[in-house]
Design a protein around this ligand. Structure first.
Ligand code: KG4
Ligand code: ZN
Length: 345
């Protein structure tokens, strides 16, 4: 395998049918078809609708990605696909498509972890290797603190959310505030006009006992309840202030714990990844605090934080370049694949 493998990556774990093509660490194509509008009136992703939309979008997206990258299928060195975690029916469309492509082309297949792919996409923005690093992975389905010694083989979980994921908390609070779905970008925008210190919302798992027993775990359910109670008790609430104060509580606790993980592990590097890493306040406060603590901070470009195919291609490219074993053609989708399992055999 060349040191700069040409890899096509397919992502279908949720509501985006996304394909990326990279050559080594260079992004050549990144196309996305989203079924988000079809789910909006249900206030969340409907699995059956997502699966059908993937089937319809797969071939047009493939054509579009090849056109954008100016390569043809036969040029590819490998095919990479999200094998999990995610919605099983949605994942299956990607896994079956990628297996078919790899088999037809006679090229290796890498069935990779969606969460590790979120972290690895940073190398398309910042060229040098990311490891060793602490990674704060914050998406719609997961919030974890990871120690990454080698993104192709060694990811250790330091902690995770005990209840809602950070993105899920954004989505749920946006819904009760009538801000629409997905809620993260809406709260981000609304907060621009709000006062983040207007309401002192609780920071979950930050009591002294928590710092001793669960220093790297998160909990957002208390915050969610506190916001809902506040809204009920305050009919004339200022929406922008509630949004900004809620956002501040999440950002604050995520970063307190991420920086502590850097300090405790002696690793002076932090990568923030996943959809919530697109949050403008999180990006801003992270930079301030990392500068203060002399920690190198890396956050992918906002468009690469939310689900995309480039991240799957990026991880596939690293796997291929590192000589990691390919997956078996016809691998299963694993809807609950552990964050520590970078690829499936
Ligand atoms: O990584 P992602 O695209 O999909 C999953 O793997 O879950 O993350 C989606 C989540 C959603 O909950 C969405 O509300 C949140 O990321 N998100 C944001 C922002 N953009 C997306 N949350 C806060 N601020 C944003 N700007
Ligand atoms: Zn994701």
């Amino acid at each position: 395998m060349s040191a700069q493998p040409l890899v096509l990556g397919i992502e279908t774990s949720c509501d985006e049918t996304a394909i990326g093509i990279v050559r080594g660490r260079t992004l050549l194509a990144n196309v996305i078809a989203s079924s988000v509008d079809e789910h909006a009136r249900f206030g969340g992703v409907v699995p059956e609708i997502a699966s059908r939309a993937h089937l319809e979008a797969m071939l047009p997206m493939l054509d579009q990605a090849l056109l954008q990258a100016k390569v043809s299928l036969k040029d590819l060195d490998a095919v990479s696909v999200t094998a999990g975690p995610g919605l099983v029916g949605a994942l299956l469309v990607g896994v079956a498509s990628a297996s078919g492509l790899a088999l037809g082309l006679g090229k290796p297949l890498y069935g990779v972890n969606h969460l590790a792919a979120h972290v690895s996409v940073d190398l398309l923005t910042h060229a040098n290797a990311i490891e060793p690093t602490i990674a704060l992975l914050v998406s719609g389905g997961h919030s974890s603190l990871l120690q990454v010694d080698d993104i192709t083989s060694s990811v250790v979980k330091l902690g995770e959310s005990m209840d809602d994921a950070a993105g899920e908390a954004f989505d749920k609070i946006a819904r009760v505030m009538g801000l629409g779905f997905p809620g993260g970008p809406a709260i981000d925008r609304e907060s621009n006009n709000g006062n983040s210190t207007a309401i002192d919302f609780p920071r979950g798992l930050t009591q002294s006992q928590d710092w001793r027993e669960r220093p790297f775990d998160f909990s957002f359910s208390g915050l969610k309840t506190a916001v809902a109670r506040y809204l009920e008790a305050t009919p004339d609430y200022v929406r922008a202030d509630v949004a900004a104060s809620f956002q501040e509580a999440i950002v604050d606790v995520l970063l307190q714990k991420a920086l502590l993980a850097c300090k405790k592990s002696g690793i002076d590097s932090l990568v923030i990844a996943g959809g919530v890493a697109a949050n403008s306040r999180l990006r801003h406060v992270a930079q301030e605090r990392c500068d203060g603590a002399k920690i190198r901070l890396r956050i992918p470009a906002p468009a690469l934080c939310t689900d995309n195919g480039a991240m799957v291609a990026a991880l596939g490219s690293l796997m291929a370049a590192a000589g990691r074993p390919a997956s078996t053609i016809g691998i299963d989708a694993d809807s609950s694949l552990s964050v520590t399992c970078v690829s499936v055999a």
